[in-house]
Each structure stands twice: as structure tokens, then as C-alpha cells.
Ligand binder design. Structure first.
Ligand SMILES: Nc1ncnc2c1ncn2[C@@H]1O[C@H](COP(=O)(O)OP(=O)(O)O)[C@@H](O)[C@H]1O
Ligand SMILES: [Mg+2]
Length: 239
């Protein structure tokens, strides 16, 4: 299977005055199409920083992030913004839906921003919302939804423009465990079906039942990359 996302010796150093924090330290890995990765590690270990670099929101201090063969660090800022809009989808912990837009409008927004909203796209929005179990909520406002429903809208929004990479930072942090399982299972299914490269940061090891590999990070360094199912299950049971 082809590699969609690759990091090569990526480091991020935050500087403030004479203070330096090496938030990510020389990290290299590859993610293939249709592969769902769990990025785990203690608080402050560099997970969000890593995700921000994969999302082209943050440029590495050293090293390369390559998506679909394109080195994000070699682009102009405006090209990077365009690349992000077209090739990357995110889900955040707080789902940051636009409060005065309906479910359907929130999802359509990603396509309108790319100038790609048309009749076919409208059908795609409805199919995706249906797939996520939201067809009876399309005209509701975000504040009329449960936490799990909001996160599912957020997932629809991260996939609707058909990006090659989808990223989620603690998407289930505000959900009870039943809802968390439901949301993560759907997310994993869509990543597999639609052959995305997916990365989910999570504190909750139980959610790793749905991932194909786990990247463990500590103090900014990759400690291990685990793809053996028995080892993943073992980690889930201990974590
Ligand atoms: N904008 C920033 N400026 C300075 N230091 C930061 C910034 N963002 C994060 N850090 C530091 O980088 C390290 C990694 O943070 P982060 O990537 O948020 O970790 P995690 O998501 O695993 O909790 C922490 O020590 C954090 O304090
Ligand atoms: Mg974080």
C-alpha cells in the first residue's frame, strides 16, 4: 500500500527568550493509505505539537513532513494554507462547530471554503451524515445536539472534502465511554473504507482497539511503534 504521510527526523523547538523546549525530537514514521494510527503518550509529551505539524499548521524546526509526496516545509505560506484546506481534515477535542450554522451547513462549509460546493457535493454531505447516523439532525444547530453527535458532525466535516489525511486530537475526551467507543469505531471505519491516513491522539488507551498501529511518544521522542495486535491488546488492558 502506498505511503500517504511521512515524517523524516522531525523536531520542533519552541523558543521564548532564552528558554527552549524541544517538544518533538527527531521523529520519523510513515502512514499508509487506509491506516489508522493511535498517537499516545503522557501530557506534555508533544502529541499536539506533532499533530499540528502533520496538519501543516506548524512548520518543523528541523526535518520534513511529506504528504502525498509533497514536502510541506518547502511551500509558501499561502500554498500551505491551500494544501491544508484541500488535503487535511481535523477533529478537535472541543468540536468547534460554527454555532449559528446547522449540522448540514457546518459540514458544507469545508466545501464552500474550497469553492467545491455543488449538487454532487450536497449529496456527498447527506450520505456522510447518514453514514454517521445524523440524518435526522441535519437541520439542527450544534447546541441542540449531544456531545457524541457534535463529535460525529466534526468527523463528517473532517472527511467531506475528501482529504488524504485526517487528524484528531483527543476527539472523545468529553464523551462517556459508550459514546467514545461509538464515535471512534465510526471514525476508524470511515478511515479504512475511504482509504485515508488517519492519526488520533488519545489519552484513553481503550480507544486503541480500533487503531492499526500505536505510536508511543514520551518527551517528544518516539518510544515505540507497535503494530502487533496481541501487543496492542496487551497495552490496552494495561493502560
Ligand atoms: N506554543 C508553545 N510555546 C512554548 N512551549 C510549548 C508550546 N506548545 C507546547 N509547548 C510545550 O511543548 C511540550 C509539548 O506540548 P504538547 O505538544 O502540547 O504536548 P501534549 O499534546 O502531548 O500534551 C510541552 O512541554 C509544552 O509545554
Ligand atoms: Mg495535547
Amino acid at each position: 500500500m502506498s505511503v500517504i504521510l511521512e515524517t523524516k527526523n522531525v523536531s520542533k523547538i519552541y523558543k521564548s527568550g532564552s528558554n527552549e523546549v524541544k517538544a518533538v525530537d527527531t521523529a520519523s514514521f510513515q502512514i499508509h493509505e487506509g491506516e489508522f494510527i493511535g498517537l499516545v503518550g503522557p501530557s506534555g509529551s508533544g502529541k499536539t505539537t506533532m499533530l499540528a505539524m502533520l496538519a501543516a499548521l506548524l512548520v518543523p524546526t528541523i526535518g520534513e513532513v511529506i504528504i502525498d509526496g509533497v514536502d510541506l516545509g518547502k511551500m509558501s505560506d499561502s500554498d500551505r494554507v491551500k494544501f491544508r484546506r484541500e488535503n487535511i481534515g481535523f477533529t478537535f477535542q472541543s468540536n468547534n462547530l460554527v454555532p449559528y450554522l446547522t449540522v448540514k451547513e457546518n459540514v458544507e462549509l469545508m466545501l464552500r471554503l474550497n469553492g467545491r460546493f455543488n449538487k454532487n457535493a450536497a449529496t456527498r454531505v447527506e450520505e456522510l451524515l447518514d453514514r454517521l447516523g445524523l440524518s435526522d439532525r441535519i437541520n439542527n444547530l450544534p447546541n441542540q445536539l449531544s456531545g457524541g453527535q457534535k463529535q460525529r458532525v466534526s468527523i463528517a466535516r473532517s472527511l467531506v472534502h475528501n482529504p488524504s489525511v485526517v487528524l484528531a486530537d483527543e476527539p472523545t475526551a468529553s464523551l462517556d465511554s459508550e459514546r467514545a467507543y461509538q464515535v471512534t469505531r465510526l471514525y476508524a471505519d470511515l478511515i479504512h473504507e475511504q482509504k485515508k491516513a488517519g492519526v488520533m491522539v488519545t489519552h484513553d488507551m481503550r480507544m486503541c482497539v480500533f487503531v492499526d498501529r500505536i505510536i508511543q511518544i514520551s518527551d517528544g521522542k518516539i518510544q515505540s511503534i507497535i503494530d502487533d495486535r496481541a501487543e496492542i491488546d496487551n497495552l490496552i488492558n494495561c493502560g
